[in-house]
Design a protein around this ligand. Sequence first.
Ligand code: HEC
Length: 178
Amino acid sequence: MASRAVAVLLFLGGTLLSQEPLSRMAQPRYEGDKLLRPEGYREWIFVASNLGMGYTAGQPQANPSFHNIYMQPEAYRYYRQTGRFPDKTMLVMERYSAGTIASINRRGQFQDRLLGLEVALKDEQRFPEKWAYFDFSGSGGALRGQAAPFPKQACWSCHNAHGGADNVFVQFYPILRK
Ligand code: HEC
């Protein structure tokens, strides 16, 4: 009897632990059909940093850029536990130019100027395809405060066809891939 009661308590506790944190997850904020640029994401989970990624064959980019990707800690933990991205998951991708030969650096590349910011957002009520894609990049590294979702063919189609899990390119992110 006692052990059954303990098991029930453990089960309830585990359920509360695994569900409660999602209620504190940073939520997307909209103005009309536009998404407001997420804030505070630099304190989220750092998912990956990719250098010079291109999607067409050919010569490497002359000026490769870094992609830094962040996601909400609650969405990260949920994904690790369940293998699914919860509703309202946001992946924020900053783009940085690659710098070299500055200060004492004589080789290799470091992240230099912020070039732009893109967001992948899962909002099941709002978007028939569940995921939508936004670009907050302005001119000369300035960021816009809000952005409209891209049409399906521009971003979603490639993510849906080639993303390793639920539209997300987990195959390129060490902490998300199996
Ligand atoms: C031809 C394929 C392709 C298209 C089209 C594409 N992407 Fe991506 N995207 C990728 C790949 C590959 C990655 C993996 C990470 C990287 O590039 O650093 C990625 C990663 C991302 C990420 C990080 C989160 C994730 O889903 O993995 C965001 C945000 C993103 N893309 C936004 C966009 C936006 C906005 C557009 C449309 C303007 C777009 N993408 C169009 C291939 C594509």
